[in-house]
Design a protein around this ligand. Structure first.
Ligand SMILES: *[C@@H]1O[C@H](CO)[C@@H](O)[C@H](O)[C@H]1NC(C)=O
Ligand SMILES: *[C@@H]1O[C@H](CO)[C@@H](O)[C@H](O)[C@H]1NC(C)=O
Ligand SMILES: *[C@@H]1O[C@H](CO)[C@@H](O)[C@H](O)[C@H]1NC(C)=O
Length: 367
């Protein structure tokens, strides 16, 4: 045997070993949504919403601390959940050149900073992938899976071994409905009730399209307390323990409707399981009782600039950065730190129904 053969054979066993793990673990995660879970898609087109500059990613081990396009200092909730459930690699950004061949068998990430349920959401960033486009992209992956595994194995892989996670909605408020009327929001023409109706009916269509493409295990995050992020606190000049009412009120109203939608889909789409991740209550718990979780602040961004909470200018090379990143709930004016993401992810994986219902993600994987 020459050394090349030895290398090839070892590689063969290494890949068998990781597949063996996949038999008990999660096969793949398909991640859709916004900047909370973007794994780098926005690096591949021109947009005003980008995170591929330092110090973003400074604690991301897989890149040696280099920025990857993730809007946080380390791993996103999607990364941590995949890792904990036994996925051998992080889901690859759909737009990355290496998202081809067998690499897609551990999952693909379609999420995009600035994206929302509505096509118009995030227009201020010029470009971003909205949910409709992300699902068009999954439809491309779907065909690649047929080619890789054959149609019947591909279907079984999706139905039994794959989790679809959807984290979306915050931008539909922050970067659409709540934008000043004279810019490009929708508030001028719709009441909150009508706008939220519209969001829910679009999302119903989007989730049903994924179901038609053989998605069965879903986890959908609700919208977090967007009135409590450093950006909102700063521009509204609040005290550190206050939150802005309107964004939180809209989020709660949407979240109530989302809960009903998932109940409806669980009843109407045979063989499906839709799990609700109660991000709102989880993040509010971290913000309210931050000291209990070892944080020193839940109002100041670790990386950012402007105002009393560093909440106006996004994180980049000229930002100030806090000295202990593990002690901040928020990494930047909008996004949680890796330390916060770890706490949130653990609650979603093994937590109780207050935060993840009707079952947690470990139970969803093992269905
Ligand atoms: C694929 O490329 C992306 C960025 O372009 C990188 O973050 C990721 O680690 C790569 N993944 C693999 C499995 O090569
Ligand atoms: C949003 O854009 C997609 C893709 O371009 C299109 O198929 C869809 O009909 C649009 N949806 C709405 C509500 O305009
Ligand atoms: C997926 O793409 C095919 C065309 O390649 C189209 O006929 C089909 O309607 C699409 N499915 C969904 C659910 O979007």
């Amino acid at each position: 045997m020459n050394s090349q053969t030895v290398v090839l054979i070892s590689l063969f066993y290494i890949s068998l070993a990781s597949f063996g793990r996949g038999d008990e673990g999660l096969g793949a995660s398909f991640i859709l949504g916004d900047s909370l879970v973007d794994g780098g898609n926005n690096n591949f087109f021109s947009t005003l919403s980008k995170a591929n500059m330092p110090p973003n990613g400074i604690d991301f081990k897989a890149s040696g601390g280099n920025p990857t396009g993730r809007y946080t200092n380390g791993r996103t909730i999607g990364d941590i959940v995949g890792e904990e459930l036994g996925q051998p690699n992080y889901a690859i950004p759909f737009l990355a050149p290496n998202s081809t061949g067998k690499a897609i068998l551990t999952g693909v990430n379609y999420a995009s900073g600035g994206g929302g349920i509505m096509n118009q959401t995030g227009r201020i960033f010029v470009n971003r992938l909205s949910m409709d486009i992300q699902i068009d992209y999954f439809n491309i992956t779907r065909k690649q899976l047929d080619n890789l595994l054959g149609p019947s194995k591909a279907r079984e892989f999706l139905i039994k071994k794959s989790i679809f996670s959807i984290t979306v909605g915050a931008n539909d408020f922050l970067n659409n409905y709540l934008l000043p009327v004279l810019s490009i929001g929708e508030r001028i023409s719709e009441s909150p009730d009508a706008f939220i109706d519209h969001l829910i009916s679009n999302l119903r269509g989007q989730l049903t399209r994924l179901y038609k493409l053989d998605a069965r295990k879903f986890v959908i995050g609700n919208v977090g307390p967007i009135g409590c992020i450093p950006y909102q606190k700063t521009i509204n000049q609040l005290n550190s323990d206050q939150c802005v009412d309107l964004p939180n009120k809209l989020a709660k109203q949407y979240n109530g409707r989302l809960k009903d939608l998932l109940t409806e889909l669980n009843e109407n789409l045979p063989g499906s399981t839709f799990v609700l991740a109660n991000v709102y209550d989880l993040v509010l718990e971290l913000i309210t009782n931050y000291a209990k979780y070892g944080f020193v602040t839940a109002s100041r961004a670790c990386c950012g600039n402007g105002g009393q909470f560093q909440g106006i200018i996004p994180c980049g090379p000229t930002s100030t950065m806090c000295s202990d990143r593990s002690k901040y709930v928020f990494w930047d004016p909008y996004h949680p730190s890796e330390a916060a993401n770890l706490i949130i992810a653990k609650k979603l994986i093994d937590g109780e129904t207050k935060y993840i219902s009707p079952m947690n993600l470990r139970q969803l994987r093992d269905l």
